[in-house]
Design a protein around this ligand. Structure first.
Ligand code: BES
Ligand code: ZN
Length: 613
């Protein structure tokens, strides 16, 4: 057995499936899916084929033609908490195999929401989040980004709902008897109140990009290839359409910088507030948290990021999670280039500055675990969700920016375009990138310490804080706060959310409680409509001991499930010694908010609380 990815049981000596045909019956009453997956191999295969699974039940493997069972085994018998179980099927010259299974409420890629947990409050909702290693909790697959697969899917759902998928929509129609085969009995599949939606993805994608959602979903067209979808009625759709009106302009900028947009459509889905990320780059349909809709077009930055993944991440994919910086570092670089074109250099520099601050904070977080400050860390035995950090984003960004400074922007732009066209629709590792870099920029290894950047811990000495008038001014004002000086009204007159975010994140952590309260009395930051500002302020309030904000902290932690906000707030509450009141508060809030959080977010908060109990 030869592993090719520390997060997958997939065997390097087995063929990768090239296509999967999925049949899903969505059962909202039990929060489960009854399903089948017909996997196609590139050629007939004799012997074992190993797939990843986690939290699936009622598994069986069948010969697709005769429907007779194929021998299979599951291992280890006690599922690995991170990897799950391998499913090994014995094939005798099969070029396809049919698997039937059901998901369970523990399937971590799925969040099932009751009507009360949605904005419309009238219909249930379900959505997927497969990155990094959750696809295996929906259907058995070779759940490694080294594998790329095309798929088709039939989703059977209650008629009042509709489904969307990161794939082309083919049809909405009545269920047909017999079509579900062994996945689901006709009595369920063809029941009166059911409908089938069909989709196909004809470009090969890594399994972590598999995505769908179903609920009471409406839409608005906002551009020639962009539609925003959302649940929650017309008010939400109107706000989303306004927020994302500039999307087509960004796609054009992306094409000018990085080459043709290869995915036809670029639609956006705004999810309910429990969505655990800011955005997820599912191909053809980006998934977004509703917290990006602020009414001031700043959600465009998150869209710029997810759009940038259309080239870096979705076209060129990291081979394993150890190469995750190839996805996120390149995308952060590409995002800032798009932002620079549509919002100007100052705005891009501000984003770089926020990132620089974040990178420095991660060095503090990982000071006893420097492995995770490497661009290419060793992740065997580690759950990628547990070590998710700004390092691949911001150290990766810094590395690329350093190369840009060395060779100049025109040469770097040409290099990027060539990199993308050379490796598109492939999954590559860091070494492949370095070889390509050295081949195309001769002598680069004598000018930049590539080994230090890729294998070293910490921040290399030739990384750089951005230089910009606004950025420098804000950082210096934040330092003044410690000396008791609050920014004057005229100094903040044209500040938007990101200026405040940068300011608050740069204020020294242990300031006087009275000073923090005075700042809020003047500028009303705890009530900001901008979640980044609100959370940055509340974090400061907690760490400086301002107990009068605990009510607002509780409200915030119960309103939203985006991990970018849960992580710092829970951490600020429980970190440090002698914070018994805060720790009790954190535990109570988590107990009460738990059911509303996504399973991935539940896991992350649990690990924060247990680390500090
Ligand atoms: N691909 C990530 C989200 C992700 C990473 C999900 C790892 C699961 C595992 C996405 O592109 C992302 O980076 N989102 C950011 C947006 C931000 C950088 C603009 C987020 O969610 O905050
Ligand atoms: Zn990203």
């Amino acid at each position: 057995m030869a592993l090719l990815d520390p997060h997958s049981f997939a065997d390097a000596s087995h063929p990768f499936a090239t296509h999967v045909s999925l049949t899903f019956y969505l059962d909202f009453a039990t929060s489960t899916i009854l399903g089948s997956a017909l996997l196609t191999l590139p050629s007939p295969h004799m012997g074992p084929l190993t797939l990843d699974t986690r939290s699936l039940s009622n598994l069986s493997a069948l010969d697709p033609l005769s429907l007779s069972p194929l021998p299979f085994s599951l291992s280890p018998s006690n599922p690995d908490p991170v990897l799950g179980q391998s499913l090994t099927v014995s094939l005798s010259s099969h070029s396809s195999l049919l698997l039937t299974f059901s998901t369970t409420p523990a399937s971590s890629a799925l969040q099932w929401l009751s009507p009360a947990q949605t904005s419309s409050r009238s219909h249930p909702f379900v959505f997927t989040q497969c990155q990094s290693i959750h696809a295996r909790s929906i259907f058995p697959c070779q759940d490694t980004p080294a594998a790329r697969i095309r798929f088709s899917a039939k989703l059977n759902l209650p008629r009042p709902l509709s489904a969307v998928m990161a794939a082309a929509h083919l049809a909405r129609r009545d269920p047909a008897p017999g079509e579900a085969g062994p996945a689901c009995p006709d009595a369920l599949w063809c029941a009166q109140d059911r409908v089938v939606e069909e989709f196909a993805m004809n470009q090969p994608i890594p399994p972590y990009l598999f995505a769908f959602a179903a609920g009471d979903i409406g839409f608005r067209d906002v551009g020639p290839r962009t539609r925003v979808y959302a649940e929650g009625g017309t008010a939400m759709l109107d706000a989303a359409a306004r927020e994302f009106a500039g999307t087509e302009e960004m796609i054009r900028v992306g094409e000018a910088l990085f080459g043709p947009y290869e995915w036809e459509r670029f639609d956006l889905l705004v999810l309910p507030p429990s969505f655990p990320y800011g955005g997820m780059e599912n191909p053809r349909m980006v998934f977004l948290t509703p917290t990006v809709i602020k009414g001031d077009a700043s959600g465009a930055q998150v869209v710029a990021h997810e759009l940038a993944h259309s080239w870096t991440g979705n076209l060129i994919t990291n081979k394993t999670n150890e190469d995750f910086w190839l996805n996120e570092g390149f995308t952060t670089y590409a995002e800032r280039r798009i932002v620079e074109m549509v919002q100007g250099e100052e705005r891009a520099a501000l984003n770089t500055g926020i990132g620089w601050r974040g990178l420095n904070e991660e060095m503090e977080r990982f000071k006893d675990n420097m492995e995770f400050t490497k661009l290419k860390p060793k992740l065997a035995g580690i759950d990628p969700d547990d070590v998710y950090s700004q390092v691949p984003y911001e150290k990766g960004f810094q590395f690329l920016w350093r190369i840009e400074r060395q060779i100049g922007r025109p040469a770097f732009d040409e290099f990027l375009k060539k990199y993308i066209s050379t490796f598109k629709f492939q999954s590559i590792d860091t070494e492949t990138f370095l070889e390509f870099l050295k081949a195309n920029v001769p002598g680069i290894e004598n000018q930049i310490d590539l080994k230090l950047w890729v294998e070293g811990t910490g921040i290399p000495p030739d990384a750089m804080e951005p230089v910009s008038t606004i950025y420098t001014k804000i950082v210096s004002l934040a330092k003044d706060f410690n000396a008791g000086r609050m920014p004057r009204e005229d100094e903040v007159a044209d500040w938007h959310g990101q200026e405040w975010e940068l300011y608050l994140e740069n204020v020294p952590k242990a300031v006087e409680a009275s000073q923090v309260a005075a700042l809020d009395a003047r500028y009303r930051l705890a009530e900001s409509r901008d979640w980044e500002v609100k959370v940055a302020f509340l974090q400061l309030a907690i760490s400086s001991g301002c107990k009068e904000y605990f009510g607002e902290v509780e409200k915030t932690l119960k309103q939203v499930g985006r991990m970018k906000y849960l992580r710092p707030l829970y951490t600020a509450l429980v970190q440090g010694t002698g914070r018994d009141e805060e720790k009790m508060l954190a535990k109570r809030i988590f107990a009460e908010a738990h059911d509303g959080y996504h399973p991935i977010a539940q896991g992350v908060v649990e690990s924060i609380l247990s680390k500090h109990s």
